[in-house]
Design a binder for this molecule. Structure first.
Ligand SMILES: Cc1cc2nc3c(=O)[nH]c(=O)nc-3n(C[C@H](O)[C@H](O)[C@H](O)COP(=O)(O)OP(=O)(O)OC[C@H]3O[C@@H](n4cnc5c(N)ncnc54)[C@H](O)[C@@H]3O)c2cc1C
Length: 430
């Protein structure tokens, strides 16, 4: 079993009763390697991150200390192939580990997702896509540079793609532009809601490569890692949101930022290919919310049993109304877990139409389901449980934010499911 090395200031994993896994390895047929990685995330989350989550939330502060612990535990490199020094986890393993982190600190799980996607998309996902031999060799050389920074130095990557227009929803080309110059690109543009702003070492920016006089096209999307300290990069605006406060998702401005060719996290054309052929790449924001759904349920059971630390040991479990509410929460949780587990298990290149529709449905279920379960938890536990001194109030606020995440917001999932269920590719009524 891998050892979790965390700072000593908080309770060590072996001093507390560990929570049961969200997905029991035996019941969900996970192998030993997967179980070890996921258990590492769960132990770190429960023994260390849970205790810090309230402060990050209250102060809208980035979880810097958690990132040091993630690095020590090898989890910054969870999806980096083992030949590059990472844990070599596949998509499913990462997703379940992220759910375990989200159970204890939503903001850490969500920002960790932005970081991990830099390695998941350039790693196992890119390995599934078409590239000629020369392009693949060059990609291998370049990604080794990024992976080494993460594994050796604990470098943190983020993933700003939202711009406030239709680009993040996949409708049009990104407005942030990369003009090709000798040895690299000059980047200009703006990203909103950029989680980890001011805290990541590299911003993994989605932008459009565009030469003088050319028209912007989604096909020419580039995925470039801009050093946070590069000339022309600035972070602006306030950050005082409803939930997910520790994500520090401020606005990034890029003014004539030069980046060398090695900044490319994917070769030309490969991001567009991924968006077309590997749609589950956009499902990775959901694990955090599976964790929050589980957390709301766990809290309710403990609270009704009179076992939440810091509250009087008053039992409320004997009331039939409470029992019914817990039953409703358990049923909803199992429904959400089931569709989500199936969707993350079948993530791959060229999924069938049924699998794509299921991925949208899983995203919708996780994002809306987490908030439904948290809402029931507040109603069931009652007034004393929603005080800011307890975790439930934060879980409730964080859970409301999932449906807003582009490109698969709850609204856009409904829109896509309805349209794609009724129309085959190329069909229209005109
Ligand atoms: C806590 C948090 C962290 C975030 N972190 C990041 C991050 O790290 N990186 C990042 O890139 N983004 C991030 N985002 C941004 C997020 O993905 C969205 O871009 C953002 O919430 C959009 O807000 P908006 O109201 O401006 O969206 P708008 O573009 O105004 O859309 C409003 C709603 O309209 C709907 N809509 C939008 N476009 C269409 C369309 N073409 N057709 C039909 N309906 C549409 C959607 O349901 C959308 O929710 C984060 C957001 C939050 C809340």
């Amino acid at each position: 079993m891998m050892t979790v090395q965390a700072t000593n200031s908080v309770t060590a994993a072996d001093e507390i009763d560990l929570d049961a896994p969200i997905f029991d390895p035996k019941a969900f047929r996970l192998n030993d390697e997967q179980a070890v990685i996921i258990a590492t995330a769960r132990e770190l989350g429960q023994s260390v991150f849970a205790g810090r989550a309230g402060t990050y939330d209250r102060e809208a502060k980035f979880p810097t200390e958690n990132y040091r612990d993630l690095h020590r535990a090898g989890l910054l490199g969870i999806a980096i192939p083992s030949k590059h020094g990472g844990l070599g986890a596949d998509y499913q393993t990462y997703a379940i580990a992220a759910a375990e982190i989200g159970r204890y600190c939503g903001a850490t799980a969500l920002t960790w997702n932005m970081h991990v996607c830099s390695t998941l998309w350039s790693g196992p996902l890119a390995d599934d896509l078409d590239m000629d031999t020369a392009t693949r060799t060059e990609h291998e050389r370049r990604r080794a540079i990024h992976y080494k920074r993460i594994v050796d130095d604990g470098a943190i990557y983020s993933q700003p793609f939202s711009e406030g227009g239709a680009a993040a929803a996949g409708g049009v080309a990104f407005g942030t532009e990369a003009r090709p110059v000798k040895g690299g690109w000059i980047v200009n543009g703006k990203k909103i809601f950029a989680s980890l702003s001011g805290h990541a070492d590299y911003y993994g920016v989605l932008c459009t490569e565009i030469a003088e006089g050319e028209k912007a096209s989604r096909r020419n999307t580039l995925y470039l890692a801009l050093p946070a300290k590069a000339d022309g990069v600035s972070v602006v605006g306030d950050w005082d949101p409803l939930g997910m406060r520790g994500t520090v998702s401020r606005t990034l401005l890029f003014k004539n930022v030069f980046v060398p060719e090695d900044a490319a996290l994917m070769p030309r054309g490969v991001y567009f290919q991924a968006a077309m052929r590997w749609p589950h790449m956009f499902l990775t924001l959901s694990p955090t919310y599976i964790g929050l759904a589980q957390a709301a349920y766990d809290f309710t059971v403990r609270y009704l049993r009179g076992e939440v630390p810091g509250t009087p040991p008053v039992k409320r479990r004997m009331y039939p109304t409470k029992q019914i509410a817990v039953a409703q929460m358990q049923i909803r949780l199992e429904q959400v877990k089931a569709i989500w587990f199936q969707a993350v298990t079948e993530a791959r290149a060229n999924p069938t139409k049924e699998q794509v529709l299921r991925a949208y449905a899983a995203q919708y279920s996780a994002m809306e389901g987490a908030n439904e379960i948290a809402t029931l938890a507040i109603r069931t536990c009652g007034g004393q449980a929603m005080l800011k001194s307890l975790a439930l109030e934060r879980i409730y606020r964080d859970s409301r934010c999932g449906s807003l995440m582009l490109p698969w917001t709850a609204e856009l999932c409904l829109d896509r499911i309805g349209r794609e269920a009724l129309y085959e590719t190329g069909e229209s009524d005109d």
